[in-house]
Design a protein around this ligand. Sequence first.
Ligand code: ACO
Length: 190
Amino acid sequence: MEFDFNINLLFPDNVTLVGRHVPGHTQDSRFQQHKNLQLVIEVLGRKSAKAQQLTGSITSLHKSQIHGHHIFVLKNPSSNNGRGSVIGFVKVGKKRLFVLDHDGNHNEVFPLCVLDFYVHESQQRRGHGLQLFKHMLQHENVQPSHLAIDRPSQKFISFLKKHFNLWATIAQVNNFVIFEGFFKHRTDVV
Ligand code: ACO
């Protein structure tokens, strides 16, 4: 996804955690960069919602800041005449959930949840999703089986099975999906 401003200024790293720093030396330039950032996240949120056939976007810069969610953005630094383009994003955040275990007991947990995940249609199945996801895992210091996933799409289910050998074995009563190994060595069971 190309924009008419410099993506490389907005996202310094190949995978950037949004909000860490907004570039600009003056108040005006920081304001402009903030607006650019808002636009990129809005576009990504809209495209992701469309890809998942949701009725509306579930991701915006403002909402993520309020809820303390982390958005990681993957870019291609060399496209668009060196200004860079955006390939995709993943959004995660902690949530208090009740999840069922193998014995049918409700457990109150506070896991990191994958809330939104999208790679541009023209870039899917090239390993970009994996690159983003691995970066997020490392940054958040979490193992894949400890994540809860909010309404995963078929593509995402297939992705998790292929790359991390994860599959859901316990049906939940909420929209979240957990995997074999979710309860092993957890420290956040309330
Ligand atoms: N059909 C089935 N599986 C797919 C597809 C597809 N069209 N695209 C990717 N996958 C899965 C497969 O397991 C694939 O392996 P394969 O090509 O050998 O079958 C694997 O993902 C490829 O891995 P990557 O290339 O690293 O992943 P990619 O860059 O395609 O990103 C993602 C994966 C983010 C799920 C992407 O396909 C996408 O944006 N899909 C549309 C939006 C979406 O469904 N997002 C998840 C919503 S749920 C949530 O966010 C909580």
